[in-house]
Design a binder for this molecule. Structure first.
Ligand code: HEC
Length: 269
């Protein structure tokens, strides 16, 4: 007779109980972080990356041309490293541009698309969905590289200053600014940690994380759409696609993120 035999179920319970205890002690934000890590293994953003890469190479638009000669700031056709230096000044348009508006410029100049029409298209629709896929692939090509936005041109410095003002500008029904939610360390809304965007919030956080796939609505979001949603949280109307206000804000966030390693495209709640 073996008196030491233990019922398998009892053994399983004995093993499981300490684990259950640990689970109960885990904070909700820790649990969300783990959930994100689990999801990151199969980030659907990869599908958008693949779509973006084929769109870049495909002959499209009224001119039946590819985007392979597009200059994203590091010379025609150079994709790697471009994302971590945008927004920047472009001499051909005489403007500071972010990734998305620069892609629309290339679609217009190289492929003959009507840039104003593309800019008016809703996110997720028509050519705007293609801009999002392209932005996802371009961002992915700089994964792991450190943000280092140029600030040599006077207009780049002006955009930084304008972006800073917009970030701290209070208004709307709640008298909120971006800084109300993102101006200090350790802030949180419900279960969401709010990164402090007045300085480098760390690798793969804030500016260094978008475009991102959003699990909550199953959509791929670019930085412009992320910012629009935060204008909504601020109870503000959001600026038009490619507007100087959005580019200025991105310049401010991007310069602050100097040194942060890009993890885009990430997966977010
Ligand atoms: C009422 C609070 C609130 C205001 C005001 C607000 N945000 Fe946000 N912001 C959030 C929340 C909530 C999130 C999402 C956090 C999450 O889902 O994990 C977020 C996320 C972000 C992110 C992405 C952070 C990341 O690591 O993924 C950026 C960038 C950002 N906001 C910028 C801004 C800017 C710029 C403004 C001003 C135009 C602004 N926010 C105004 C609440 C706010």
């Amino acid at each position: 007779m073996n008196t030491l035999r233990i019922h398998p179920l009892v053994a399983a319970l004995a093993l499981a109980l300490p684990a259950a205890g640990a689970l109960a002690q885990k904070s909700a934000t820790q649990a969300i972080d783990e959930y994100r890590q689990m999801l990151a293994d199969g980030n659907p953003a990869e599908l958008f990356e693949a779509k973006g890469e084929s769109l870049w190479k495909a002959r499209r638009g009224p001119r039946n041309a590819s985007l392979e000669a597009c200059d994203l700031g590091k010379g025609p056709g150079v994709v790697k490293g471009a994302f971590v230096e945008l927004p920047r000044y472009f001499a051909d348009t005489g403007k500071v541009q972010d990734l998305e508006s620069r892609l629309v410029t290339c679609m217009e100049k190289l492929q003959g698309f009507n840039g104003a029409e593309v800019a008016k298209t809703a996110f997720g629709k028509g050519e705007m969905a293609n801009v999002t896929a392209l932005a996802t692939w371009v961002a992915a090509s700089s994964r792991g590289m450190s943000f280092n936005l140029p600030q040599d041109h006077p207009m780049e410095r002006t955009f930084f200053e304008a972006g800073k003002r917009i970030f701290f500008m209070r208004g709307g029904t709640h008298d909120f600014s971006c800084a109300s939610c993102h101006g200090e360390d350790g802030k949180r809304i419900r279960l969401q940690d709010l990164p402090n965007l007045t300085r480098n919030p760390g690798d793969g956080v804030g500016f260094a994380a978008w475009p991102a796939y959003r699990v909550s609505n199953g959509q791929m979001w670019t930085m412009q759409l992320r910012l629009n949603d935060c204008f909504r949280q601020q109870r503000f109307p959001f600026p038009e696609f490619g507007s100087d206000a959005l580019t200025a804000l991105s310049t401010y966030l991007g310069v602050n993120a100097k040194g942060a390693k890009s993890a885009a495209p990430t997966i977010k709640r």
